[in-house]
Design a protein around this ligand. Structure first.
Ligand SMILES: C[C@@](CO)(OP(=O)(O)O)[C@H](O)COP(=O)(O)OP(=O)(O)OC[C@H]1O[C@@H](n2ccc(N)nc2=O)[C@H](O)[C@@H]1O
Ligand SMILES: Nc1ncnc2c1ncn2[C@@H]1O[C@H](COP(=O)(O)OP(=O)(O)O)[C@@H](O)[C@H]1O
Length: 283
């Protein structure tokens, strides 16, 4: 069985405060991208993981392994699965690659093991693995709240082209949230404006409302992010923003062709470049 694990970007991310559990209360609008890892799963006696395309652990430190192990223990399944992960989504990038893999494993094993588990239960299990997993299970365009577990689908957007520019370092999501708490006057992006634009299919309104409360934190640690944003903007992007906790910066374009042309003008930068587009697995 082959399952695609799609990357995401955050079109808007606001932090409303800290929660009693130590996590942060979020309002974020997430969008699935066509860029994906591939997960190949077959039945086996135990849970075994191999990873191609990235230097990642193959045991409990891998979110894909953790997802399989949690599901097996939850339902008391006697067998296992051999999981091959073919990584394409850049690591520690703010694109939810590990969460996407975990979500793909939960869905794939639910089907391969014939468990018939409902989406509501999968979402609960996903949230145990990581805050981005519930959205990755649903995909498309969604309003995500709480620490990431409340996922409300939004209408699909036009398939905008996307250029992703990721500097050669990764960032720790935990560190970014921790540093956010020390900011005296955090910025709050216009979540109402974003929701209105998405619900109305208004791309220029959406672009005007792009915003990420974590951007000021990661940018202060890594000034390269502002530099990459200005380079991407100069290629004619409709709008540019850092995704999630970063450090990946995305530029939006009318379509994938326009994104590809812009990316062609970005050679020799001190960052990796990927071209993709908005994707809606629901349609
Ligand atoms: C910032 C976001 C935005 O979509 O994405 P990424 O940049 O990771 O892609 C998410 O909130 C990240 O989700 P995810 O990466 O799954 O986070 P988790 O593994 O659950 O948590 C990692 C750490 O981030 C902090 N954390 C995470 C989510 C949240 N709502 N509040 C938090 O404070 C906690 O310190 C936690 O220990
Ligand atoms: N299957 C996986 N793919 C990517 N990273 C993983 C995976 N499993 C565990 N990780 C760990 O999770 C961390 C965050 O990775 P990732 O999900 O790619 O980024 P982000 O949380 O920024 O969206 C990585 O540093 C890596 O060590």
């Amino acid at each position: 069985m082959l399952v695609k694990a799609y990357a995401k970007i955050n079109l808007l991310l606001d932090v409303l405060g800290t929660r009693p559990d130590g996590y942060h209360e979020l309002v974020t609008v997430m969008q699935t991208l066509e860029l994906h890892d591939t997960v190949v799963i077959t039945k086996a006696r135990e849970i075994e993981l191999i990873v191609e395309g990235a230097d990642l652990p193959c045991g409990r430190d891998n979110l894909a392994f953790r997802a399989a192990d949690l599901l097996r223990r939850q339902v008391g399944y006697a067998g296992g699965a051999s999981i091959k992960l073919i990584k394409r989504i850049p690591l520690a990038a703010g694109l939810a690659g590990g969460s996407a893999d975990a979500a793909a494993v939960l869905c794939g094993l639910n089907s391969l093991w014939g468990l018939g588990m409902r989406m509501g239960k999968l979402l609960d299990l996903g949230a145990v693995i990581g805050s981005d997993v519930p959205f990755c299970l649903q995909g498309g365009t969604a309003l995500v709240r709480g620490r990431g577990e409340r996922v409300d689908p939004l209408p699909g957007l036009p398939s905008l082209g996307v250029v992703l520019a990721k500097p050669c370092f990764g960032v720790s999501t935990a560190e970014v949230y921790h540093r956010y708490d020390d900011i005296e006057n955090p910025l709050h992006p216009d979540s109402q404006g974003m929701l209105q634009s998405v619900r109305g299919g208004d791309v220029s309104g959406l672009v005007a409302c792009l915003g990420n409360a974590l951007e000021q934190v990661t940018s202060s640690m890594h000034p390269e992010i502002e530099h990459i944003k200005s380079i991407l903007a100069a290629t004619g992007a409709l709008g540019v923003l850092m995704s999630g906790s970063g450090p990946t910066v995305f530029g939006l374009f009318d379509n994938e062709t326009a994104a590809r042309q812009a990316a062609g003008r970005l050679k020799n930068g001190n960052f990796g470049v990927w071209v993709t587009n908005f994707y809606d697995p629901r349609s």
